[in-house]
Design a protein around this ligand. Structure first.
Ligand code: NAD
Length: 151
């Protein structure tokens, strides 16, 4: 299968890429190298680009005839996400919307999405301790947009 791995030059992504290649998939890594390392993946499958660049995403999905996307591209530092929520929201949430739009346009219907579920499930901010929540599973207040899987 022709698979696009966003964030594929990062920690989890690069291991996933190695396994996908071992299993014979045609892999393209899409990563802006803001946190990842080019040396983590074979140079000939790396496309340097950002999720904020919708036109680039559209182009890649269509021209490479991508059949599935595994989405790891995100900022993933919990502390930083609390200090700079706008940066995280923009990169992780809006970036994911751009990717989903591009997939819809290109007719790509298969996706593995590996990000922090608090992006959508976090509900209420405790005034004294930002990040705690009294109703953790109500999807009404996406206040933390870092990576992880604790929801
Ligand atoms: N590492 C963990 O233990 C862990 C656990 C659970 C969930 N996760 C989630 O898995 C995902 C990947 O985590 P990781 O530890 O591999 O992080 P990582 O920082 O090593 O990898 C993320 C990659 O995404 C790239 N990236 C970031 N923003 C981008 C953008 N706008 N456009 C293109 N590329 C972009 C970075 O350059 C980096 O290579 C994150 O969503 C993280 O929250 C990680």
């Amino acid at each position: 299968m022709r698979v696009l791995v966003t964030g594929g030059a990062g920690y989890i992504g690069s291991h996933t890429v190695r396994h996908l290649l071992e299993y014979g998939h045609e892999v393209t890594v899409f990563d802006n190298l803001s946190k990842g390392h080019a040396a983590s993946v074979p140079a000939d499958i790396l496309v340097e680009g950002s999720l904020s660049d919708s036109a680039r995403l559209d182009h890649i999905l269509v021209t490479l005839r991508i059949q599935a996307v595994i989405h790891f591209a995100a900022f993933a530092q919990v502390g930083e996400s609390v200090q700079q929520p706008d940066l995280y929201y923009r990169n992780n949430v809006l970036g994911t919307f751009n990717l989903l739009d591009a997939m819809e346009k290109a007719g790509v219907r298969r996706m593995v999405f590996f990000q922090h579920l608090r992006d959508v499930w976090h509900s209420r901010i405790d005034a004294n301790c930002r990040g705690h929540t009294s109703k953790p599973y109500q999807p009404i207040w996406p206040n933390q947009a870092h990576g992880g899987m604790d929801a």
